[in-house]
Design a protein around this ligand. Sequence first.
Ligand SMILES: NC(=O)c1ccc[n+]([C@@H]2O[C@H](COP(=O)([O-])OP(=O)(O)OC[C@H]3O[C@@H](n4cnc5c(N)ncnc54)[C@H](O)[C@@H]3O)[C@@H](O)[C@H]2O)c1
Length: 456
Amino acid sequence: MLNILGIGAGYVGGPTMAVIADKCPEHKVTVVDINAEKIAAWNSDHLPIFEPGLDALIERVRGRNLFFSTEIDEEIRKADLIFVSVNTPTKTYGQGAGLAADLMYWEKTARQIRANATGPKIVIEKSTVPVRTAVAMERILNEKDSPIHFDVLSCPEFLAEGTAIRDLEVPDRVLIGGRHDTDSGREAMKKLSDIFRHWVPEERIIHSNIWSAELSKLASNAFLAQRVSSINAISAICEKTEADINEVSRAIGLDQRIGPHFLKSSVGFGGSCFKKDLLNLVYLCQFYGLEEAAEYWMWVVKFNDHQMNRFVDRILKKMFNTINGKRIVLFGFAFKANTGDTRESPAIYVTKRLLEERAEVVVTDPRALDNARRDLEGMPVTFAEDPYEAVRGAHAIAVMTEWDLYRDLDYQRIYDVMEKPAFVFDGRNILDHKGLYEMGYHVFPIGKKALSHFDR
Ligand SMILES: NC(=O)c1ccc[n+]([C@@H]2O[C@H](COP(=O)([O-])OP(=O)(O)OC[C@H]3O[C@@H](n4cnc5c(N)ncnc54)[C@H](O)[C@@H]3O)[C@@H](O)[C@H]2O)c1
């Protein structure tokens, strides 16, 4: 039996440790966090995050071999393996501000582990960190007068919010980076692999050197974000030429060398990882003097900002160049469907720009209203649980999140209570555009012909 500890009980730490506990009933798994409120929520019926399948999983394992606690020091003492999933946000101050990852939480955790450990431990990087972070970690942990030896491994997390449980239960791959050149390094990699062997087929557990593992995670997110920015760049041409982005995506995606994923055009990508990890990669390129590579990746971020701006510019232009006092309802605020997470959601940026134009903004979302309230604190925005209430007297609807709920609303009922002309700006291309047009709406999808007689 192993004592496994997870430090950081967020979107990664909570689900990851819960799946490990579920699949390895003989081990004891504990998750700690400095945020006592979050730990209390993990111990209650109202988990701090929404993730399909998470409630049932927690119900099954909590109190059996999964525990949530704030006793960080004591749990470090007891642990054999420590997974670190603390946040690594973009640095907002000093050198690298606005680009580099802030490793403050990481380093604090390393020092806390060293201060409390009374025996050797394996420390596993789960957080996304710049390549070569493990050196710093090893130096802090294995400082020269310390009698205790620590092995540091990198096991980056590839889960996506909204499908986290499935991604953890049936991962495309588990990547374990470590030191092959020492006995204890090889032993540590074996111990970690043994945990995943409980449910992950051998061929999907991949070993690499520690630097490749760290870089693979940043590179993987950069490639995914790049695809979104690429298809969005094509959407702009579609709108000018009557080519249809869905038809183009389909044609591209059927090419097996390219494949169909991440080719959905939208108002832009969001989430806590893509932008942060791209900026982090840009900073690494700059750090190593690779200016052109830095600029190349920076354009993926810039194009995303451009796509969000294009979306708002279009709203303004199509609504006769003024939205002052007009009621615009955002359908969805989460950065994507099936999560309540709003970090870096395009909806935040869109709201701010609409407010600059003095629009009256109403936000509705089935899971993200609490986070939206925090993001927009102090701003003159109205929040509505019920989309039918939200649209009363509205001039326009802007779809920001691809929740199924919005596909299935009664749009005739909505049309009847909206101001006319009634506009729909579908930032996710999920609605029945032709059907809406026939009801009388003026419909502006992304990368597709507008359905409005104003657009002739
Ligand atoms: N969210 C994702 O989809 C995702 C996917 C893969 C990887 N990642 C990476 O995983 C890491 C965590 O992301 P997240 O979304 O779970 O972040 P999060 O903000 O949801 O959770 C991080 C948690 O760590 C806690 N924490 C910070 N310092 C601590 C300390 N010293 N001791 C104990 N707890 C501490 C915070 O209170 C917070 O609850 C990041 O590096 C992120 O880039 C995230």
